[in-house]
Ligand binder design. Sequence first.
Ligand SMILES: Cc1cc2nc3c(=O)[nH]c(=O)nc-3n(C[C@H](O)[C@H](O)[C@H](O)COP(=O)(O)O)c2cc1C
Length: 407
Amino acid sequence: MGEGEGACLIRLRFASAGESHGPAEVCIIDGIPAGLALDPAVIDVDLARRQRGYGRGGRMAIETDRVRVLAGIRLGRTLGTPICLMVENLDHQSWRPQMQPEPFPGWTPERMTVPRPGHADLGGLAKFGHEDIRDVLERASARETVARVAAGAVARTLLREVGVEIRGFVRGIGGVTIPMDFAGMSPAEVDWDAVESSDCACPDPGVEIAMRAAIDRARERGESLGGVFEIWAWGLCPGIGGYGSPGDRLDGRLMGAVGSIPAIKGVEVGLGFRAAGLHGSAVHDPLLPSIPPGQSVLRGTNRAGGLEGGLTNGMPLVLRAAMKPIPTLTAALASVDLRDGAAASAHRERSDIEAVAAARVVGEAMVALELADAYLQKFGGDSVQEFAGAVARYEETLGERGLWRRS
Ligand SMILES: Cc1cc2nc3c(=O)[nH]c(=O)nc-3n(C[C@H](O)[C@H](O)[C@H](O)COP(=O)(O)O)c2cc1C
């Protein structure tokens, strides 16, 4: 995201810093217009959602993530200047000697020299010339996603001002999946209250029971699991994104943003990979006239998942991401000790068994950042009034031209 975390933000800037066991995660988000009402409690709600989930490990019992606003918000409103957010790592207390910026007198930390398969350990040692894997894993850890979620909550608040909502749910964990009878027409197809009250963020209580059983079995075997989450964004007007240059295309931007989340190994929009095996007539969404004609162009299906030609088409955005099983296993995987090249068991640090429900909150944040950026790119505005006014005028024009109406 420009200088940030793997997405391609153009108008917004986002950067984060923080080691997993360092004092805090911090982020700067720049480009949010002035005058946006922003209650830190709203950010805390998403931070708490990121911490939940049936298969989470011991770390989540230690941390109670709360945001502290360091800059850019005064008396409950954004100033239009860079926003700086900080979330303390409570676990830092027990790691202080290890995580000091300067050497701790008379004490040398034990070096970690056995790379964990599935992590950045080996590549990170190679890239930076480090000799202690801790120099890699502290930043490569998914603890970093706290900063993304905090920034995403700000972006989400901005999008709400122009009628855009973003929510995600878990479709599958460890092969236990909600059947994919995909329609993608209306967010009312998903029971969002059930999602939020579910330990697995799954809207189907029957499937959730099977998911929990799969997680229990994995725990007993010292195993880990992955899964699939689905993100919906609705209230989007058509024409957001672009096709003029490869980097304008909203599909690529969203896929890059969601694909930059640790452990995400595939992202699809609408029918996604299934479209490749179907006839064109079973994939594309015919246009229908409104009644009376000329009011709006309608669709009877949303197989495209809200994106055509790199642009929003006025239908809900539906995006899915596949998360690989957590790479740290209780039954440790085989590795090599780099001190002598001999076979060794991979280092095991306290770990989740699965974290798909948490990853979907990060997914919501990345989609929010990317959509807020695309909206700001099109509509600009130094204040929220300017921004929202430009969106309203554009949507009015779309209605007058018979292209689209907000429902
Ligand atoms: C919310 C979340 C929580 C995660 N928790 C863990 C964990 O507890 N243990 C672990 O080994 N990996 C965890 N991961 C996955 C690793 O961070 C990730 O697999 C690793 O950084 C390697 O990156 P890659 O999978 O993208 O190649 C988590 C990922 C996310 C998104």
